[in-house]
Design a protein. Structure first.
Ligand SMILES: [Zn+2]
Length: 473
């Protein structure tokens, strides 16, 4: 029996136990070769019973002990007790059931470069490493990296992600990332970007973006946007920078195509330049709320621009993290991982760091509650990415993207308030079960259909080849 057949058989046993009736086809790697993972588990029918349910839906509220009924990928019912004869039971006792985390900015293509990093050597930190090796990426490297990043996302309870692809070196690279997203089973937006090192006066590949838009169509799991090169008057740096005239040209094209836009703004002056150029709008997500001022916050709120805050990396950058000022001004703020090259996939740590920084900066005068933080990490992210109609809360009719977080581990034990537990005590290893669109992708802290060892081996092969090509020692 081949490994593929074996994987299928194992999976069939696993999914049959959950009442599944069919298997989805698996996929090979971006450029052919052996599959990186087994097929996705089928969407079955099950009820999570007896969990502490945090719905993030104000009409339903929270349940001290409740059931969540899922069928064919959708949430059917959320109540203290649900009768569902024939449905499999997932024991939720001792667990918190909540919507899966929604990440709103993550450079999955850099994931596999982690072993090249050295935090205390300036030549081996995130920017020099990703630039030097990023110039040599093949589509397979993009594929292996995104697959690995998405696996780490899943293990951390992230069910939706914004794949911020700012190294699309060819149409095949874009296809490789999209294929990795589709095969992972996660929900997400693919933000098509430029290629590292391309001339600043060369426009992005909009004909190919149009092709991909057509190809993706109206897929409920995957949407398309663009990520822009920096627009802040600084032309240095390794990520490219364009002037407002080029931004106007590129962004107008994206907007004519109905594509949302995302942009990094860690330097100063970007918002003023964008405002003067008339480029602010509700389809714009900015990333890294640093080095802004009151006039900026007012302009952002007025134009409905939203911000993604990446606390794990941002707290190490110059300038204060101004998510508090943004929220107070009425700007919607969501949470992102940014990368797992220099950081780790840990939304719990992101929430905890935001809570700590708020206390550090305001002495607790601004009331950022643990419930607000969990909302930012779930429904807030779904709103940011335009997915709130289908995910972000445990609302009957929405798609079933949910996680179960164990509360019995030594880092928790007995808990009081469940929001406090998630923000102050929890860690990714507490995530027991991860469901995306009704598919159980993690169960009892393990992947149900994914060979993580294979992903790691593929990634290591890519890194070795990239280092050789870049003469990196
Ligand atoms: Zn970023």
């Amino acid at each position: 029996m081949s490994k593929d057949q074996l994987d299928r058989r194992t999976l069939l046993v696993a999914t049959t136990a959950l009442g599944a009736t069919a298997l989805m086809p698996g996929g090979a790697s971006a450029q052919g070769g052996a599959p990186a993972a087994g097929p996705l588990p089928a969407r079955g029918e099950f009820v999570v019973r007896g969990a502490r349910v945090l719905t993030m839906d104000d009409k339903i509220g929270d349940l001290a002990a409740g059931d969540v009924h899922v069928r064919d990928g959708a949430i059917v019912a959320v109540a203290a007790s649900v009768a569902a004869p024939g449905a499999e039971t997932i024991d939720g006792k001792g667990m918190i059931c909540l919507p899966g985390f929604v990440d709103t900015h993550w450079h999955h293509w850099t994931t596999l470069l982690r072993p090249v990093m050295q935090a205390d050597d300036p030549k081996r930190t995130y920017f020099p490493v990703t630039f030097a090796l990023g110039l040599h990426y093949t589509p397979d490297d993009s594929y292996h990296s995104v697959r690995l990043g998405l696996a780490q996302a899943l293990a951390a309870g992230v069910t939706t992600t914004h794949d911020w692809a700012h190294n699309v070196r060819s149409p095949a690279h874009a296809d490789a990332e999209v294929k990795a997203m589709r095969e992972s089973g996660l929900r997400g937006r693919f933000a098509y970007g430029p290629a590292l090192g391309m001339p600043n006066d060369k426009p992005m590949d909009f004909p190919d973006i149009a092709r991909l838009k057509k190809e993706i169509g109206s897929d409920p799991m995957l949407t398309l946007g663009i990520n822009s090169r920096n627009v802040d008057g600084n032309t240095g740096g390794t990520r490219g920078a364009i002037d407002p005239a080029m931004a106007k040209k590129e962004w107008s094209t994206a907007r004519e195509m109905g594509l949302p836009i995302t942009l990094h703004t860690s330097g100063t002056g970007a918002i003023k330049l964008l405002n003067e150029a008339g480029l602010l709008g509700p389809d714009l997500q900015l990333v890294h709320p640093l080095n802004t001022d009151a006039a900026d916050w007012e302009a952002l709120a007025k134009h409905g621009v939203h911000y993604s805050v990446s606390p794990l990396g941002e707290a190490g950058r110059a300038g204060e993290m101004q998510f508090i000022e943004m929220i107070q001004a009425g700007v919607k703020v969501s949470i992102s991982i940014d990368n797992v090259t220099a950081e780790r996939a840990d939304v719990f740590a992101c929430m905890r760091m935001l809570q700590t920084i708020n206390r550090h900066r305001t002495g607790g005068k601004f009331k950022l509650t643990t419930k607000m933080l969990v909302r930012m990490a779930t429904l807030g992210g779904a709103e940011d990415l335009g997915f709130a109609d289908r995910t972000g809360s445990l609302t009957p009719g929405k798609r079933a993207d949910l996680i179960l977080v164990r509360t019995g581990e030594p880092n928790m034990g007995d808990i009081g308030d469940p929001y406090d537990a998630l923000v102050q005590l929890a860690q990714p290893s507490d995530v027991d079960t991860v469901v995306v669109d009704g598919r159980i992708l993690r169960r009892k802290g393990a992947f149900t259909a994914l060979d993580y060892g294979k992903l790691l081996a593929d990634a290591a092969q890519s890194v070795a080849a990239l280092k050789a090509k870049a003469n990196w020692s």
